[in-house]
Write a protein that binds this ligand. Structure first.
Ligand SMILES: *[C@@H]1O[C@H](CO)[C@@H](O)[C@H](O)[C@H]1NC(C)=O
Ligand SMILES: *[C@@H]1O[C@H](CO)[C@@H](O)[C@H](O)[C@H]1NC(C)=O
Ligand SMILES: *[C@@H]1O[C@H](CO)[C@@H](O)[C@H](O)[C@H]1NC(C)=O
Ligand SMILES: *[C@@H]1O[C@H](CO)[C@@H](O)[C@H](O)[C@H]1NC(C)=O
Ligand SMILES: *[C@@H]1O[C@H](CO)[C@@H](O)[C@H](O)[C@H]1NC(C)=O
Length: 232
């Protein structure tokens, strides 16, 4: 007798719990691993620390996190100096960073692709013996300061001799993609290999064909499996 009236109540309770879990998850800020690979926190008086104070960022481990605007919650500064790093990899979480400090580490070398996509990067500090990613030509100013190599002011790779827009196909536009990198984006109404296809990408048609195929396969499977089940 009590089961009847209880059921709607249970449903409501479960729904509320699900909503609370979702609510909680969406309001939890992403935690970045790269901010905690090195001991300690961002220090006042360091290059990244000062940058963070000036740009009203929030320190999280070795990171400076943007608190306002469209880039809110992304890493805008990263200080991995004096951290016994031997190699640089997995910086992807910091691809929106404007300043990165990798000085005072025993880095032997690094692959320039580590900084591919880092279009916002304006200040990079490396151990003196390393060269700036993309070479000197990718930066406005490259200089030595004590034991540190400074790479300042990233140049647009699309605006350099050797990386002219003619590297892109006829219907493609050059877009900067980090120090020394660029990518070709097809212009309006062109797509596909070398941007040679004209017209909008036929999304509706492709989805229609995929959907139709899925339904057909499902029906086919259902029919064959049912036969099998009957014959067993
Ligand atoms: C750094 O200095 C600024 C002002 O000089 C201060 O507001 C901030 O709390 C300091 N941060 C740390 C981590 O000490
Ligand atoms: C580097 O880190 C060590 C501890 O890990 C610390 O004792 C030393 O003062 C740091 N050096 C600099 C220049 O911050
Ligand atoms: C750099 O990384 C890219 C992609 O991860 C790889 O294809 C390339 O061979 C690497 N270059 C060197 C010199 O290791
Ligand atoms: C890049 O610039 C630095 C500092 O001006 C200089 O020492 C170095 O030789 C340059 N490297 C090349 C390959 O030109
Ligand atoms: C391209 O380079 C020229 C001269 O070096 C400069 O005046 C211009 O502002 C640059 N354009 C872009 C989009 O960086």
């Amino acid at each position: 007798m009590t089961a009847g009236p209880c059921r709607p109540f249970t449903v409501v309770v479960v729904a509320v719990m699900v909503m609370l879990v979702c609510f909680d998850a969406s309001f939890q800020r992403t935690t970045f691993q790269v901010c905690h690979v090195c001991e300690g926190a961002l220090q006042n008086g360091t290059a990244v620390g000062n940058f963070c104070s000036v740009s009203s960022g929030q320190a999280d481990g070795r990171c400076c996190i943007e608190t306002r605007g469209l880039d809110a919650d992304s890493i805008i500064g990263l200080d991995l100096s004096n951290c016994s790093l031997r190699e640089v990899e997995g910086l992807n979480e910091a691809s929106a960073a404007k300043i990165i400090d990798l000085s005072a580490n025993r880095l032997l070398n690094f692959n320039d692709t580590v900084f591919q996509g880092f279009t916002q990067l304006q200040h990079l500090m490396l151990p003196l013996h390393l060269t700036c990613p993309g070479g000197n030509a990718s930066w406005e100013k490259v200089e030595a300061r004590g034991e540190i190599r400074l790479c300042d002011g990233q140049r647009d790779s699309c605006n350099q001799t050797g990386h002219m827009t003619w590297d892109c196909p006829e219907n493609g536009l050059c877009a900067a993609d980090g120090p020394g990198f660029f990518q070709c984006r097809c212009t309006h109404r062109h797509h596909g290999y070398k941007c040679l296809r004209e017209g909008q990408f036929p999304l509706a048609e492709v989805l229609g064909i995929l959907g139709g195929a899925t339904v057909l396969v499902a029906i086919l499977l259902w029919v064959t499996q049912r036969r099998k089940a009957k014959s067993v």
